[in-house]
Ligand binder design. Sequence first.
Ligand SMILES: [Zn+2]
Length: 182
Amino acid sequence: MSTSWVVVPTCLPLVRRRCHTCGSEFFRPSGKFRVNANHKLLDAWLLVLCNGCGETAKLTLLERTNVRDIPSTLLDRLHGNDSDLTAELLQDPLVQRRSRVTLDWGDAWRLDTGGWDHLDREVIDVSVRFAARIPIRPARLIAEGCGLSRAGVERLITEGKVVSMVRLGSPLSGDFTFTLKR
Ligand SMILES: [Zn+2]
């Protein structure tokens, strides 16, 4: 019998970026966008605030893009400071690369295991799905989902009692499956 777990974001992640004013390493999403129109060309940014001093920084979304090339639904969402759009764009690898930022999910996620029935079984097959691209070590998820200590999971891995196609000790943000035999 197979069990499904889901890694779910609980709030927006922090943006890792050095503040030029106070030296803080983290910014938080402001929930706002800025759109500048110059004739037919449009620039758009996602605004983030320094965790230390509150300074605003801009993450580039659109650069001198012709208005005709931008879906009107996207424009509406930018103008309306759509909160789901903030979450989507922060996770966009292109947006991260362009502004040279990475995300820090810290405790901004939880693991939904759909109950604890699996704990009674000798062998469990689990498929883990990520509702957002949140890099986490599978070993940490297994510890949390099975109510084990990190050392306990490490021991099961060493003893070959946890089997998976992925590297359990390296951060991963994509779906994977594993089998645990006690
Ligand atoms: Zn600052």
